[in-house]
Design a protein around this ligand. Sequence first.
Ligand code: FAD
Length: 396
Amino acid sequence: MPTSFDPEVLELPFYEDAHRRIAEAAGAWCDSRAVLWEEVRALDPDTAGRRLVRELGDAGWLAALDPQAGPSAPGEDHRALCLRREALAYAEDLADFAFSIQALAATPVVRYGTEAQQRRLLPGMARGSLIGAFAVSEKEAGSDVASVALAATRTDDGSYRLNGRKAWIANGTIADVFVVIARTGEGPGPLGLTAFLVPAGTPGLRVERIDAIAPRSFAHLHFEDCPLPADAVLGRPGKGFVVAVDLLERFRTTVGAAALGFARRAFDTALAHVRGREAYGATLFDLQLVKAALADMEVQLNAAALLVARAAWETDRGSRRFARHSNIAKVHATEAAQGVVDAAVQLLGAAGIVQGGVTERLYRQIRSLRIYEGTSETLRMAIAGSLDMRRAARAA
Ligand SMILES: Cc1cc2nc3c(=O)[nH]c(=O)nc-3n(C[C@H](O)[C@H](O)[C@H](O)COP(=O)(O)OP(=O)(O)OC[C@H]3O[C@@H](n4cnc5c(N)ncnc54)[C@H](O)[C@@H]3O)c2cc1C
């Protein structure tokens, strides 16, 4: 079994044999790429991102992004997407980032694109030769997606002009195509948004690089009178909010899966350290408080793994309430991972904060997962909103 997975979790009835095979192959691939991970860490994030999307495409990781190429391999569903993110996050943050943002950008094209849009974009995205990004956030519209302001003005010939900004866009500096949510004004608030496909070379589009806590391709986008043809609309005019929310609700479980991968790597690193670190005539592992810390981490990992597995399974079975479970999984897995990574740094002592070391990297990399694709606070609000009030009425 590859290092990234807990075999007992994969045995859960939420998974089928096809998923176990995917996990085994994905984890083994990641384990065998230690040299690649070293190499990409030494590159600038843009070069690393382009190389990783290409490597993932060549190795077939992105094949499911092009359903028209033929029927997907057995088990290539949401659970598989989560297992793949878990394996990549365990191995290398940049690889998880490359994989997840490519999937995030391709999924709305798969779900809402016309046949022509799919033919134009998906084969390249699945090969890793065409890089995508998804742009909904703005400085004044983050958690509150309904307040997106980037204006898409319809002209007499049915084409559009984009004016405004997007903020905090993953892959912003390397994307060839952006899925952009803009205001077209069919109705108020969430009813007046539309999704567009915007090629990176569109005149009037300017990319402003942002440096984040963990180096990645990350940018603000500026749109100044960007012309877009009528067939740049993805899905239907006025349905952009649905495109965005549907995507984010699905991908939250995968963020939980990535958090699990980061946390498991931190745990394994800490366990190896305390087993080998001599202290007081024995090892750190022999100290009760150290054992308690490890036990707490193990409890958190197990809870996160169960919630992620359940949420992915709910999505695959088409549960109407899958979003409630993806919210629960993301909140718990990302919050727990933050604690597990912090505990791992503590167990390594000074060795835990040395720049470039595993725990130091994880400490920086884990932080943003509690923010993107729904902050922990907004998801708690959504979970509270999904509580079954009939139970409360019965209990009263
Ligand atoms: C690493 C990273 C990658 C990202 N990638 C992308 C991307 O590819 N595409 C994209 O479109 N966006 C991306 N984002 C942006 C991300 O989606 C937003 O940062 C996120 O939605 C939060 O919005 P905000 O930053 O404006 O914070 P705000 O919405 O301003 O929130 C600030 C604080 O207020 C709290 N808050 C807000 N509303 C409520 C509420 N109703 N109840 C309680 N508390 C609340 C939040 O929880 C938070 O603590 C990325 C962000 C990060 C960090």
